[in-house]
Design a protein around this ligand. Structure first.
Ligand code: ZN
Length: 364
């Protein structure tokens, strides 16, 4: 079976696993597990224990099914930790159909890397992870990108602003701007946006709820307003700055504007929660990751959103388990990662699509 057709079958079965994982999260969250990075390293260093642990997240209801056909008719090859599916007449591993797929790295390294990524407030660079795990920087970079995929939230197609008193902050920011340090051919590849070397990120923050972000090519009304309508329920209180692109939203929303030339807070009208999020994003991007290509930017945003949205009422262990519950039904090959972009949240009219294969972080 080709990789492509395996992928399609995996995709068909995925939704189910993801939903299962969320339904069973209550049970998983009370599961006995390590509480600190040091305990995690010790705990997962035993291959059998790491395997049994990951298995519970892969198949939360305890029923192991073949990722290719979805059937549960198989035998288990204990010595190799592989199942043999009687339907497909093929073996499958715990990693098949997850972000760990086709990786030669052990679960001990995957899980330690994941623990660090979900719990380090400013993120973890591939250099740092490579040193910690004793793997190459390239392997660490690939691992981190796959783990970021596991952290991606699809928001289940729901809009923000569910209740009658809900308030949503909307704000945009520029990220990037290191074109001066780039080679000319790379600089030339970035064309079409207002500010050639910067990406525009639009953020939506529900007070007391979650943040979500989208990358757009321009912060024009025609880019911004359809996005706002797709992400925020009509009738919600909406707080923005005085950018002209937001004019006209009061037809559908209780739109209040805060003019930053005059003031930053007027009662409940401000975008400070989102400003806090932007500062975390920028600290990670400029401090930890040094420089990220716009092409990969949304993955770093996924990572930051996961940590931000799960920062309260959750300890390191619970945050790790939540991440682990999202490993299934997702895979990312090196070709996909370094070639074309298939993110549903990527601006389809964007210029980043046309960008050539590039590096992501500076090495130092
Ligand atoms: Zn099968």
């Amino acid at each position: 079976m080709s990789n492509q057709s395996t992928y399609r079958i995996v995709q068909q079965n995925v939704g189910k696993y993801i939903l299962d994982a969320h339904v069973n999260l209550g049970y998983i969250l009370v599961m006995d597990t390590p509480n600190t990075l040091q305990q995690a390293i010790v705990y997962f260093s035993d291959p059998d224990r790491a395997f049994e642990y990951a298995k519970r997240f892969r198949w939360p209801d305890g029923r192991v099914v073949c990722p290719r056909c979805g059937k549960a008719k198989h035998s288990f090859l204990k010595t190799r930790r592989l199942w043999f599916c009687y339907e497909c007449k093929k073996q499958f591993s715990l990693k098949l159909g997850t972000v760990f797929e086709d990786s030669a790295l052990g679960l001990d390294k995957w899980m330690t890397g994941f623990w660090m990524l979900v719990n380090c407030k400013n993120g973890v660079s591939s250099c740092e992870l490579a040193r910690t795990l004793g793997i190459t920087q390239k392997a660490a970079w690939f691992m981190l990108q796959r783990l970021r995929l596991a952290l991606q939230d699809d928001f289940f197609g729901k809009r923000l602003g569910s209740g009658p008193n809900s308030e949503v902050e909307v704000d945009e920011t520029f990220i990037g701007g290191k074109a001066r340090n780039m080679h000319k051919h790379r600089r030339d590849a970035m064309t079409g946006s207002v500010d050639k070397d910067k990406a525009v990120v639009v953020g939506f923050m529900e007070r007391g709820g979650k943040v979500r972000t989208h990358i757009v090519t321009e912060r024009r009304k025609r880019n911004m307003q359809p996005l706002i309508r797709a992400n925020v329920e009509a009738g919600t209180a909406l707080y923005t700055d005085s950018l002209k692109s937001y004019i006209g939203l009061d037809e559908n929303y209780k739109h209040e504007v805060i003019d930053h030339a005059v003031e930053y807070v007027r009662g409940r009208v401000h975008t400070n929660t989102l400003e806090n999020f932007w500062s975390l994003v920028k600290r990670a991007l400029h401090g930890t990751y040094v420089s990220v290509e716009p092409y990969h930017l949304y993955r770093y945003l996924d990572e930051q959103m996961f940590r931000f949205n799960n920062r309260k009422d959750m300890n390191d262990s619970q945050r790790f388990k939540l991440g682990m519950s999202q490993i299934g039904g997702k895979r990312l090959t090196y070709a996909e990662l370094t070639g074309k972009n298939e993110s549903p949240r990527h601006d389809p009219a964007g210029t980043w699509e046309a960008m050539p294969k590039m590096w992501d972080e500076f090495t130092f």
